[in-house]
Design a binder for this molecule. Structure first.
Ligand code: DAH
Length: 346
C-alpha cells in the first residue's frame, strides 16, 4: 500500500469517527460508535493499523507518526462526546428539551399602593366634577406661603420645618432670591396648587391636586419626610360650608364605606376662614384626615379675584392616611421601604 493511500485512509477514518461521536445522542449510541471505530477486535482503527505492515520501510516512520496523531484525535473526540452527554458540556442542547411545554413567566411589577390610591381618589372626585390640577414640587415662598396668607414671621415658615434649597453655591445664585421672593423650597403643602390654578383660571373652579409634599419630620410609624396630599378647591358665587361638608362626606362614603360619618372641628389655617379639621368616624373611632375651610378673602385678593363676588371652599387630606386606613397598614415606612413582600400584597 502506498503512503498516499494510507494517509488518506487515516484522514477518512478520523473524520468518520469524529462525526459519529459528536452525533451520538445518548451514551448507548456513543458506545456503539466507539466499538465501530475503536473496538479492540474489529474496530476500524485496528484495521487501518494492520495496514501499516504493508507500507514501504522508508515511509514507515511518517506513516506511524500520522497513525498516532489520528489515534489521539479520535480518542479526544470520544472523550469530548462522552463528557457532553454526561452534562459536562453546558452549552449542549438538552436532548430532552420539550418546546411544547409552557415557558417560565417573567415576574411583572405593578402599580404602587399610593399610586393606586391616587388613581382611586381621582376617580371618586372626578365623578363629582373635580378635575386634576398639578403644580411643581420645588416652589417659591410666594406660592407656598405669601399668597396663602402666611406672613413672614409665621412659624410655618421656620427653616427647621421646611426643606429650603441650599442654592447659594449654585452658579448665578438662587434665581428666586434674585427676584426678592426668597429661597426656593420643596413645597410643604399642596395648597400651592390652589394659588397656581386661580392665577391662571377664572371661576367657576372645581379642582383637586394630588402630589408629594415635604417636611423635615423624623420617620416613625405615622411620619415620613415625604408624603402625599389631596388638595381640593371649589370657587363659585354661592358656596357654603354645607357644600364642603357634603363633598367630603360623599368622598368618605365612596372611599372608606357607606357607614363612615364626618365631623368638623373648629381650627385655624391662614388661608381659610372659618377653618376646620376634618374627622371621619371609622370603625367607631374619630380619625383626623386633614384640614378644610372657606377660602380666606386675602387669598382671593392675592390672585386678583374680587372677594365680594366669589366664594369658595378648600380642603387638604393626607393620602397615606387614607390608604393606610383602608388597607389596614400600620406603618407608613412600609410604603417606602421598597420591600416587595409588602408591596406585592396590593
Ligand atoms: N395645607 C394644610 C396642611 O398642609 C391642609 C389644608 C387645610 C389644606 C385647610 C386646605 C385647607 O386646603 O383649606 O396641613
Amino acid at each position: 500500500m502506498s503512503l498516499q493511500n494510507f494517509l488518506s485512509r487515516l484522514d477518512q477514518l478520523q473524520s468518520d469517527a469524529e462525526s459519529a461521536f459528536s452525533g451520538a445522542s445518548n451514551s448507548e449510541s456513543l458506545e456503539e460508535a466507539r466499538v465501530v471505530f475503536l473496538g479492540a477486535k474489529n474496530g476500524q482503527f485496528k484495521d487501518v493499523q494492520k495496514m501499516l505492515g504493508g507500507i514501504e520501510p522508508t515511509d514507515k516512520r511518517a506513516a506511524g507518526m500520522r497513525l498516532n496523531e489520528v489515534k489521539n484525535a479520535i480518542n479526544e473526540a470520544f472523550n469530548a462526546a462522552k463528557e457532553a452527554l454526561e452534562g459536562g458540556g453546558g452549552s449542549q442542547v438538552d436532548p430532552t428539551f420539550d418546546p411544547s411545554l409552557p415557558g417560565t413567566r417573567p415576574t411583572l411589577g405593578h402599580i404602587h399602593p399610593i399610586t393606586q390610591t391616587i388613581d382611586h381618589l381621582t376617580e371618586i372626585m372626578g365623578r363629582m366634577g373635580f378635575e386634576v390640577a398639578e403644580g411643581p414640587e420645588v416652589e417659591d415662598p410666594w406660592h407656598n406661603f405669601v399668597a396663602l396668607n402666611i406672613p413672614e414671621d409665621h412659624p410655618a415658615r421656620d427653616p427647621l420645618d421646611n426643606f429650603y434649597l441650599a442654592t447659594a453655591g449654585v452658579a448665578g445664585g438662587d434665581p428666586l432670591a434674585a427676584t426678592g421672593e426668597g429661597e426656593a423650597l420643596l413645597r410643604s403643602q399642596t395648597s400651592t396648587v390652589q394659588i397656581r390654578v386661580m392665577q391662571s383660571c377664572q371661576p367657576p373652579i372645581r379642582v383637586i391636586s394630588l402630589g408629594r409634599v415635604y417636611r423635615p419630620d423624623a420617620p416613625d410609624a405615622t411620619h415620613f419626610p415625604m408624603f402625599h396630599q389631596m388638595e381640593g378647591l371649589l370657587v363659585d358665587r354661592h358656596v357654603t360650608m354645607a357644600n364642603l361638608k357634603t363633598v367630603l362626606r360623599v368622598f368618605a362614603n365612596n372611599y372608606l364605606g357607606d357607614d363612615v360619618e364626618i365631623r368638623f372641628r373648629p381650627s385655624f389655617f391662614p388661608f381659610t376662614e372659618p377653618s376646620v379639621e376634618v374627622d371621619f368616624l371609622w370603625n367607631g373611632t374619630w380619625i383626623e384626615f386633614g384640614g378644610a375651610g372657606m377660602v380666606d378673602p386675602n387669598v382671593f385678593e392675592a390672585v386678583g379675584y374680587d372677594p365680594e363676588k366669589v366664594r369658595g371652599f378648600a380642603f387638604g387630606l393626607g393620602v397615606e392616611r387614607l390608604c393606610m386606613r383602608r388597607h389596614g397598614i400600620t406603618d407608613i415606612r412600609d410604603l417606602y421601604s421598597g420591600d416587595l413582600r409588602f408591596l406585592q400584597q396590593f
